[in-house]
Design a protein around this ligand. Structure first.
Ligand SMILES: [Zn+2]
Length: 161
Protein backbone atom coordinates (compact mmCIF):
# COMPACT_ATOMS: atom_id res chain seq x y z
CA UNK A 1 0.00 0.00 0.00
CA UNK A 2 1.43 3.30 -1.03
CA UNK A 3 0.50 6.48 0.88
CA UNK A 4 1.18 9.64 -1.04
CA UNK A 5 1.81 12.93 0.65
CA UNK A 6 1.47 16.50 -0.46
CA UNK A 7 2.96 19.61 1.10
CA UNK A 8 -0.36 21.44 0.85
CA UNK A 9 -2.45 18.84 2.71
CA UNK A 10 -2.81 21.01 5.82
CA UNK A 11 -3.81 24.10 3.86
CA UNK A 12 -6.34 22.13 1.81
CA UNK A 13 -7.81 20.57 4.94
CA UNK A 14 -8.19 24.00 6.62
CA UNK A 15 -9.73 25.48 3.46
CA UNK A 16 -12.15 22.56 3.18
CA UNK A 17 -13.15 22.91 6.85
CA UNK A 18 -13.65 26.67 6.70
CA UNK A 19 -14.95 26.84 3.12
CA UNK A 20 -12.50 29.65 2.33
CA UNK A 21 -10.47 28.67 -0.71
CA UNK A 22 -8.06 30.84 -2.60
CA UNK A 23 -7.72 30.31 -6.35
CA UNK A 24 -4.25 28.68 -6.22
CA UNK A 25 -5.30 26.20 -3.54
CA UNK A 26 -8.53 25.37 -5.39
CA UNK A 27 -6.57 24.76 -8.60
CA UNK A 28 -4.06 22.60 -6.71
CA UNK A 29 -6.81 20.54 -5.05
CA UNK A 30 -8.40 19.95 -8.42
CA UNK A 31 -5.08 18.70 -9.88
CA UNK A 32 -3.62 16.82 -6.86
CA UNK A 33 -5.29 13.49 -6.09
CA UNK A 34 -4.13 13.51 -2.44
CA UNK A 35 -5.56 16.98 -1.78
CA UNK A 36 -8.75 16.17 -3.74
CA UNK A 37 -9.26 13.13 -1.48
CA UNK A 38 -8.65 15.24 1.64
CA UNK A 39 -11.16 17.87 0.51
CA UNK A 40 -13.70 15.15 -0.32
CA UNK A 41 -13.28 13.43 3.06
CA UNK A 42 -13.54 16.73 4.97
CA UNK A 43 -16.73 17.65 3.09
CA UNK A 44 -18.17 14.17 3.68
CA UNK A 45 -17.43 14.39 7.42
CA UNK A 46 -19.07 17.82 7.62
CA UNK A 47 -22.22 16.62 5.86
CA UNK A 48 -22.33 13.49 8.00
CA UNK A 49 -22.02 15.58 11.14
CA UNK A 50 -24.84 17.90 10.07
CA UNK A 51 -27.04 14.93 9.22
CA UNK A 52 -26.33 13.30 12.59
CA UNK A 53 -27.20 16.54 14.40
CA UNK A 54 -30.49 16.82 12.53
CA UNK A 55 -31.40 13.16 13.12
CA UNK A 56 -30.61 13.41 16.81
CA UNK A 57 -33.42 15.94 17.15
CA UNK A 58 -31.74 18.00 19.79
CA UNK A 59 -34.16 19.87 22.03
CA UNK A 60 -34.35 23.61 22.12
CA UNK A 61 -31.34 25.01 24.05
CA UNK A 62 -33.55 27.67 25.63
CA UNK A 63 -35.84 24.97 26.98
CA UNK A 64 -32.84 23.04 28.38
CA UNK A 65 -31.56 26.20 30.05
CA UNK A 66 -35.00 27.01 31.46
CA UNK A 67 -35.38 23.48 32.89
CA UNK A 68 -31.91 23.60 34.42
CA UNK A 69 -32.65 27.00 35.93
CA UNK A 70 -35.98 25.77 37.33
CA UNK A 71 -34.34 22.66 38.78
CA UNK A 72 -31.64 24.80 40.37
CA UNK A 73 -34.29 27.01 42.00
CA UNK A 74 -36.17 23.97 43.31
CA UNK A 75 -33.00 22.51 44.79
CA UNK A 76 -32.15 25.85 46.43
CA UNK A 77 -35.65 26.05 47.92
CA UNK A 78 -35.37 22.48 49.23
CA UNK A 79 -31.99 23.27 50.78
CA UNK A 80 -33.39 26.42 52.40
CA UNK A 81 -36.43 24.66 53.87
CA UNK A 82 -34.61 21.53 55.08
CA UNK A 83 -33.55 22.98 58.50
CA UNK A 84 -37.11 24.19 59.11
CA UNK A 85 -38.51 20.73 58.37
CA UNK A 86 -35.99 19.16 60.74
CA UNK A 87 -36.94 21.66 63.45
CA UNK A 88 -40.64 20.92 62.92
CA UNK A 89 -40.08 17.20 63.32
CA UNK A 90 -37.96 17.71 66.41
CA UNK A 91 -40.64 20.02 67.86
CA UNK A 92 -43.40 17.47 67.11
CA UNK A 93 -41.40 14.71 68.72
CA UNK A 94 -40.53 16.92 71.69
CA UNK A 95 -44.16 17.96 72.20
CA UNK A 96 -45.40 14.39 72.01
CA UNK A 97 -42.74 13.18 74.45
CA UNK A 98 -43.47 16.05 76.83
CA UNK A 99 -47.22 15.45 76.78
CA UNK A 100 -46.70 11.72 77.31
CA UNK A 101 -44.23 12.34 80.13
CA UNK A 102 -46.59 14.75 81.88
CA UNK A 103 -49.41 12.24 81.58
CA UNK A 104 -47.26 9.42 82.99
CA UNK A 105 -45.62 11.40 85.82
CA UNK A 106 -48.74 13.24 86.87
CA UNK A 107 -51.04 10.27 86.55
CA UNK A 108 -51.45 9.72 90.32
CA UNK A 109 -52.60 13.33 90.81
CA UNK A 110 -54.72 13.24 87.67
CA UNK A 111 -56.26 10.01 88.84
CA UNK A 112 -57.19 11.50 92.22
CA UNK A 113 -58.67 14.53 90.46
CA UNK A 114 -60.64 12.27 88.17
CA UNK A 115 -61.96 10.58 91.30
CA UNK A 116 -62.94 14.05 92.52
CA UNK A 117 -64.59 14.68 89.17
CA UNK A 118 -66.52 11.44 89.48
CA UNK A 119 -67.68 12.57 92.88
CA UNK A 120 -68.74 15.93 91.43
CA UNK A 121 -70.60 14.21 88.63
CA UNK A 122 -72.31 11.97 91.13
CA UNK A 123 -73.33 14.98 93.23
CA UNK A 124 -74.49 16.83 90.12
CA UNK A 125 -76.60 13.87 89.08
CA UNK A 126 -78.20 13.58 92.46
CA UNK A 127 -81.46 15.47 92.80
CA UNK A 128 -81.46 18.72 94.67
CA UNK A 129 -77.89 19.74 93.89
CA UNK A 130 -76.80 22.57 91.57
CA UNK A 131 -75.04 21.36 88.41
CA UNK A 132 -71.52 22.78 88.03
CA UNK A 133 -71.64 23.34 84.28
CA UNK A 134 -68.73 25.82 84.31
CA UNK A 135 -66.32 23.24 85.68
CA UNK A 136 -67.51 20.58 83.24
CA UNK A 137 -67.20 22.96 80.30
CA UNK A 138 -63.69 23.94 81.36
CA UNK A 139 -62.51 20.34 81.79
CA UNK A 140 -64.20 19.16 78.61
CA UNK A 141 -62.84 22.10 76.61
CA UNK A 142 -59.33 21.55 77.91
CA UNK A 143 -59.45 17.86 77.10
CA UNK A 144 -60.83 18.61 73.64
CA UNK A 145 -58.10 21.18 72.91
CA UNK A 146 -55.40 18.80 74.12
CA UNK A 147 -56.62 15.95 71.91
CA UNK A 148 -57.18 18.34 68.99
CA UNK A 149 -53.62 19.71 69.21
CA UNK A 150 -52.22 16.16 69.29
CA UNK A 151 -54.28 15.25 66.22
CA UNK A 152 -53.10 18.38 64.37
CA UNK A 153 -49.48 17.63 65.26
CA UNK A 154 -49.76 14.04 64.10
CA UNK A 155 -51.49 15.09 60.89
CA UNK A 156 -48.83 17.75 60.17
CA UNK A 157 -45.99 15.31 60.63
CA UNK A 158 -47.79 12.68 58.55
CA UNK A 159 -48.59 15.13 55.73
CA UNK A 160 -44.95 16.15 55.35
CA UNK A 161 -43.95 12.58 54.59
ZN1 LIG B 1 -1.80 18.32 -2.99
Amino acid sequence: MNFSHCTKEQAVEQAARSGRWDDDLRAHAAACSVCADIALVVRFMQLDGELARREAGLPDPGRIWWKAHLREKQMAAERAVRPIAVCQRVACLWGTLTATSILVWEWPRLSSRLDGLKLLLHQAASPGSRPQTDLFAFIGGSLFMFLFSILITLYASWAEE
